[in-house]
Design a protein around this ligand. Structure first.
Ligand code: GTP
Ligand code: MG
Length: 325
């Protein structure tokens, strides 16, 4: 729990409310502000009005303390806020340039592309580099790796660390792996994250992949709207976590060839528009023989350009001819 951010510092919050929230695992104002309305409402026995009032109070409190940006802000303040952003290197100078220095804290970055395009490899490399000091491209932080596809391999982390001359064991200790078995479980894990972020000084959260369980759980059920709504709420909560705790969030999303798609790009992100509208940055990855190409899509801060990188024993790396430069 964050000291000085106890729930009952909020005006009008008494011991009963504090107890109810505490019973459900919400102990401080940061955690309260990061929750969704329906979540808090459930904890208060279905009182929607009170829930939304509480969340607003929590958000306003954090805004006053300078821990959160408000909806309407002078550009100068926004600029200051953006100066606080920390960046995690991807391991490739090319890819870092595309991202203006690396993956941003306080934002969600979506990596999307077909199978084998390098999504998981980028996540693994980031999980190593995030833990390093700033001079080495990191942010000195812990990592949470939410693995929904059972593709997280500690041996690969060890290999990447060793190839970079780093202490593999220590770096493996800095990564907390959460395996989600289905979409409900994935949502449950997300709700538990707030506490972990503080105790393990987490600076990077990876969700690999964000959509696969939703796709599987709603397969053939004809309930696309419900699926999108739940995915929407999951993404919203991730964004709130990123903003409130100033952590970098990276999600992956596999694109599939859509048989009913006759125009534009034949591959599209499976989350459909929900993921696209909520993530702050989107990077489209594709294969080109041994190379990988990354393209920044729809970013308010970056030029739409492309970068070449490769995957080798170091995880993500620059193509050999680029490294000589
Ligand atoms: P899906 O999860 O199937 O959608 O694919 P992805 O985009 O996550 O692909 P991933 O990052 O797992 O793999 C991309 C490529 O990295 C693979 O095609 C391999 O060429 C390479 N790769 C994967 N694992 C290793 C490894 O342990 N060592 C090396 N050197 N390369 C690897
Ligand atoms: Mg993968």
């Amino acid at each position: 729990m964050s000291e000085g951010l106890e729930i009952d510092l909020l005006e009008g919050v008494g011991p009963v409310t504090k107890q109810k929230l505490g019973n459900a695992g919400v102990y401080d104002i940061i955690d309260l502000a990061s929750r969704g309305m329906s979540d808090i409402s459930d904890m208060l026995g279905g009182d929607n009005e009170k829930a939304s009032e509480l969340i607003n109070k929590a958000r306003n409190y954090l805004i006053e303390k300078g821990l959160l940006t408000k909806e309407f802000i002078p550009a100068s303040e926004l600029y200051k806020f953006r100066l606080q952003i920390e960046r995690i290197s991807t391991g490739s100078k090319n890819l870092d340039n595309l991202l203006d220095g690396g993956i941003e804290s306080g934002a969600v970055t979506e990596l999307y592309g077909e199978f084998g395009s390098g999504k998981t490899q980028i996540c693994c490399t980031l999980a190593v580099i995030a833990q390093l000091p700033k001079e080495q491209g990191g942010v000195n932080g812990g990592v949470i790796y939410l693995d929904t596809e059972n593709t997280f391999r500690p041996e690969r982390i060890a290999e990447i660390a060793k190839a970079r001359g780093l202490d593999a064991e220590k770096l493996l200790e800095g990564i907390t792996v959460a395996k989600a078995y289905n979409s409900s479980h994935q949502e449950l894990i997300l709700k538990e994250l707030g506490k972990f972020i503080e105790t393990a000084k987490v600076k990077l959260i990876v969700v690999d992949s964000v959509v696969s369980h939703y796709r599987a759980d709603y397969l053939g059920r004809g309930t696309l709207a419900e699926r999108q709504q739940r995915l929407n709420s999951f993404m919203h909560q991730l964004l709130r976590l990123a903003e409130i705790y100033n952590v970098a969030v990276v999600v992956t999303n596999q694109v599939q060839a859509a048989p009913d798609f006759f125009f534009g790009d034949p591959t599209r992100a499976t989350g459909g528009h929900v993921v696209a509208h909520l993530t702050t940055y989107r990077i489209y990855l594709r294969k080109s023989s041994k190379m990988r190409i990354a393209r920044m899509v729809d970013s308010p801060y970056h030029a739409e350009k492309e970068a070449l990188f490769i995957i080798n024993e170091k995880g993500v790396d620059d193509p050999p001819e680029e490294r000589k430069k």
